[in-house]
Design a protein around this ligand. Structure first.
Ligand code: BG6
Ligand code: MG
Length: 214
């Protein structure tokens, strides 16, 4: 199996950098202001899914409906707060374990990609000093269906010119793991997804991946 793998596709938020916490803080701030209930449990269900689907989940948890115009306003508010938090990012936000894992995989000849539902992915990569690092970046601007639909990963494999079964996906979300399974990619779960044990592999640290694929 090891020799089959040619590329590693990384989710961004909560895998390469802890921006998942900024998503939580921004949703919480918006929800408190709008009188919507929001907690970390609800936040976990938003991992990997688009901004609109995230808001729909928050609203459905309290049996609330909102006209499209209100939804746009709430999403804009949340994204404004989120972007405010993103200004804090710098290259020091990439842990040594993550930086070493990426450089080791690159040295060993693997193609490396980002497969993220976020429309802020490129901005984040620039802020943390990885703007030009990945062979391809597929993000929320490139897709019409977010995870658990496999579109984001299939597009990454297509751009790399390889088959889905030649890819490993690294994810912190249940939706992302489901998306990878749906298109026949191997899965390495980290963070929240690893705690639920939903990946083919479930890692405490990203660097455990190196032992599996190299
Ligand atoms: C994913 C996050 O990476 O991006 C989700 O896990 C988020 O929580 C989604 O909703 C969309 O992000 P953005 O930055 O486009 O609002
Ligand atoms: Mg994530």
């Amino acid at each position: 199996m090891k020799n089959l793998i040619k590329a590693v596709i990384f989710d961004l938020d909560g895998v390469i950098v802890s921006t998942d916490e900024y998503h939580y803080l921004a949703w919480k701030r918006m929800a408190d202001e709008a009188g919507l209930y929001f907690d970390r449990d609800i936040n976990s269900a938003l991992r990997g899914v688009s901004r609109l689907e995230s808001l729909n989940i928050i609203l459905s948890r309290q049996n609330r409906h909102a006209p499209e115009a209100d939804k746009l306003r709430l999403m804009d508010k949340k994204n404004g707060y989120y972007k405010e938090y993103l200004e804090r990012l710098s290259p020091t936000f990439v842990t040594e374990d993550t930086a070493n894992t990426l450089s080791t995989l690159r040295k060993r000849g693997f193609m490396l990609a980002i497969g993220s539902s976020s429309r802020n992915a490129r901005f984040i990569l620039e802020r943390i000093g990885y703007g030009d690092f990945f062979d391809t970046v597929v993000d929320g601007n490139d897709i019409s269906r977010s995870k658990p639909d496999p579109e984001v990963y299939l597009l990454a494999a297509k751009r790399l010119g390889i088959l889905p079964e030649q890819c490993i996906v690294v994810e912190d979300s249940a939706a992302g793991i489901e998306a990878a399974f749906a298109c026949g990619m191997r899965t390495a779960a980290v963070g929240y997804a690893a705690e639920t044990g939903c990946g083919d592999w479930n890692f405490d640290k990203l660097s455990e991946l190196v032992l599996k694929v190299v």
